[in-house]
Design a protein around this ligand. Sequence first.
Ligand code: GRF
Length: 195
Amino acid sequence: MQPIKIAVLGSGKGSNFRSILNAILAGQIKARPVIAVSDVPGAGMLTLAENLGVPTAVVEEMKYRTRLSEEVESGLVETLRASGAELIVLAGYMRVVKQPLLEAFPRRIINIHPSLLPAFPGLEAWRQAVEAGVETTGCTVHFVDSGIDSGEIIAQAEVPVLPGDTPETLHARIQEAEHRLYPEVIKRFAVRELL
Ligand code: GRF
């Protein structure tokens, strides 16, 4: 079986991307990162990619903050197609995905979200969990659709909320769970269980 070609799309430091790269380098996942794309020039995830010789691209969007304009997203589709990516992995990508991208890669775009969806969609889900006073939260990997964190759920991991947790301490614990869960799910795509 050929390594699955993955594209990673993110806006931030890329700790999830790093956990995926580590799993690939350790031979736990047969995958090849073919491109790393960010909407934030200079994002940490781009540096990570460059250090490992993974091609990078930046999508520049001046018009909107929460999504890409149709022209820019169509350009992104071309970039992703040219990379040969079979699976688009969103890792801290802070914009809503629109039709050009969704139509180009049906059931081939996945995201990780720091809560047990459908609870706490949207921004700072860890803060929402602390404020709601729940005892358990977690993270979810799901297919991306046109809603916000609303696509079909693929896998979840639970994380306890401990007495005295702040949004920051809880976020750190959720991220540890993310770093285990995301590689496990990508492995299921790599062995074609989910493709
Ligand atoms: C993660 O907490 C993820 O759940 C959310 O964005 C964050 C990305 O972090 N979608 P990183 O850039 O992977 O460190």
